[in-house]
Design a protein around this ligand. Structure first.
Ligand SMILES: Cc1cc2nc3c(=O)[nH]c(=O)nc-3n(C[C@H](O)[C@H](O)[C@H](O)COP(=O)(O)OP(=O)(O)OC[C@H]3O[C@@H](n4cnc5c(N)ncnc54)[C@H](O)[C@@H]3O)c2cc1C
Length: 356
């Protein structure tokens, strides 16, 4: 289930080494897998939609995998059955889930009606491309994680040369609290570009053209982008699966805590042994090879491999003007070279699956 970063690699592995003795089905809500790392660049008009999209159908065909394009809504691990949105069901021997996350805070009154949430990301990119120019004058981004910060800079760059006011708000006391040196550089760049970034600012309600804040006050907007972090799909709790904050709890083998024949990877899962691992694509990418191996091993009754999340990861924030700000193990560097590195890493990842 799901065409996330880990499953792209499972498909790649099946394309390179087909499974002769098993039939494999990929259940996705959308056959277009959008690579999120390049989405801010799309917003800044550095890329076009095809640059950051992998069509899962030809990739699955190369891998000998059948594609069912319907959202999965429930899994019954005891019956080994997956239920789809149209109430049809699929039986399985081994299941693997890589369905990503939803955006947090959708229950704040008015968000669903008035905001543009960053997830589902496929919908986000198509809606961004359809925005009319009247939205550009006053942009409010809610969420000061890496995605929200990149989007704030890139939205400003999208309408470069026009009068565009961009404000970012975040409920936490400081932006990027675990990367304070990077946060300082972000704030300096924001100041230089006339972008406002406010922490300790919590949205209470979204009304047409204005958000009201907890503790009083309000901020007007023409476009409201909701990038308030990751929240789980309801699928796991609705299926009675053990979760941590709604995310499927997994072992180091990426198997669910209590079900050997169901695996979960990427944002949708939380490792019992490493519950604080951030929800970021780099972890889903690193889990891909382990998941590919373990799915084959589970079918053959062979030993499984264990995954251990890396302590830190390279962060490259696209500032939308041809430069990026990079963080690696406490060191911060910025400029055109950092953006070139980001562009190369991202393009390579997408190209890998498109070439297949
Ligand atoms: C704007 C933005 C920029 C980001 N930039 C970065 C970055 O530079 N680096 C980084 O590490 N992280 C980044 N992230 C975070 C990153 O997007 C996620 O951590 C990553 O996508 C998680 O990957 P995944 O494989 O778990 O799932 P996803 O990539 O989210 O894929 C999930 C897949 O499952 C499908 N699906 C969903 N629900 C269902 C269902 N019910 N049934 C069937 N299929 C379903 C979806 O269509 C999708 O194909 C960014 C996020 C955003 C919003």
């Amino acid at each position: 289930m799901g065409g996330g970063h880990s499953h792209l690699q499972v498909l790649e592995s099946l394309a390179n080494r087909p499974l002769a003795d098993a039939s494999v089905t990929l259940v996705v809500d959308d056959h277009r897998a959008v690579y999120s790392g390049m989405v801010p660049g799309l917003v800044a008009r550095q890329y076009q939609i095809p640059d950051l999209t992998v069509d899962l159908r030809p990739l699955a065909a190369t891998a000998g995998v059948r594609v069912v394009e319907k959202p999965a809504i429930r899994i019954d691990p005891n019956q080994r059955r997956l239920v789809l949105a149209d109430d049809t069901a699929l039986d399985y021997t081994v299941a693997s889930i890589n369905i990503g996350a939803r955006v947090a805070g959708l229950d704040v009154p008015g968000v669903l009606e008035h905001a543009l949430p960053t997830r589902p990301i496929g919908e986000f990119v198509y809606r961004i491309e359809q925005l009319d120019d009247s939205s550009r004058r006053q942009i409010l981004v809610v969420g000061g994680g890496a995605a929200g910060i990149e989007l704030a800079f890139c939205l400003q760059s999208r309408w470069r040369g026009e009068r565009t006011e961009v404000t970012l708000v975040d409920g936490a006391r400081a932006l990027l609290p675990k990367r304070r040196r990077l946060a300082r550089r972000v704030l300096a760049a924001a100041k230089a570009r006339g972008l406002e970034m406010k922490s300790s600012t919590v949205v209470q309600e979204v009304k047409p053209g204005r958000v009201t804040l907890v503790g009083g006050g309000s901020i007007p907007y023409g476009l409201l982008v909701w990038a308030a972090g990751a929240a789980s799909h309801p699928l796991f709790t609705e299926s009675g699966i053990e979760t941590i904050r709604g995310f499927a709890t997994t072992r180091r083998t990426l198997q669910l805590l209590h079900h050997d024949h169901v695996f979960a990877a990427g944002d949708c899962a939380t490792l019992a042994d490493y519950p604080e691992t951030p929800k970021a694509g780099v972890y889903a990418v690193r889990q891909g090879p382990i998941l590919s191996h373990n799915l084959r091993a589970a079918l053959r009754g062979e030993p499984l491999r264990s995954y251990r999340p890396q302590d830190d990861f390279l962060t490259l924030l696209n500032l939308g003007d041809g430069t990026a700000l990079g963080w690696w193990k406490g060191l911060v560097a910025g400029g055109r070279l950092a953006m070139r590195l980001k562009d190369r890493i991202d393009r390579r990842f997408v190209e890998r699956f498109r070439q297949l």
